[in-house]
Design a protein around this ligand. Structure first.
Ligand code: GSH
Length: 141
């Protein structure tokens, strides 16, 4: 079966994109990555793709399906394209539920915490360069 190229929209820097890109590469699925800037994800063009204004999002022309949320994207790619179970396990097996457990842990716990650290680090380092004081100062007399 020939597979048309899936388009992935996300800035190349984000961890959420890397997870999806790794799955696409491991499954040998042709794809192209459209480099979306952070500044653009809350604009109307991107909100038409993901009303939550976050990346990554994919469009799979083979099924005319647009999807967002990295966990949903990964589950979709694996269920539809990992027929030889290179990255997945038989549906209903204990291993399949354990894999799901780790996926949910990553998207609901580890991912957001790492995101907060990355955002805070960026804000703090920008503030240091600009000389701005973004942290409230306490003074005692
Ligand atoms: N739960 C979402 C999180 C997506 C997310 O937070 N993406 C970040 C980049 S890693 C983003 O689009 N940030 C832009 C913004 O929030 O304005 C997923 O796993 O896809």
């Amino acid at each position: 079966m020939s597979t048309s190229s899936t388009s992935v929209r996300a800035t190349k820097l984000t961890l959420s994109l890397r997870k999806v890109a790794i799955v696409l590469a491991e499954l040998d699925l042709p794809h192209e990555i459209e480099d979306v800037q952070f500044a653009d994800v809350k604009k109307p063009d991107f909100l038409k793709i993901n009303p939550n204004g976050r990346m990554p999002a994919i469009h799979d022309p083979n099924r005319d399906l647009t999807l967002w949320e990295s966990g949903a994207i990964i589950e979709y790619l694996v269920e539809v394209y990992d027929k030889k179970q290179k990255l997945s396990f038989p549906a209903g097996s204990n291993e399949a539920y354990l894999a799901k457990q780790w996926l949910y842990y990553q998207v609901s716990g580890q991912g957001p915490y790492f995101g907060q650290v990355s955002t805070a680090t960026t804000i703090l380092s920008n503030a240091r360069f600009s000389g701005a004081h973004i942290m409230p100062r306490l003074s005692f007399s």
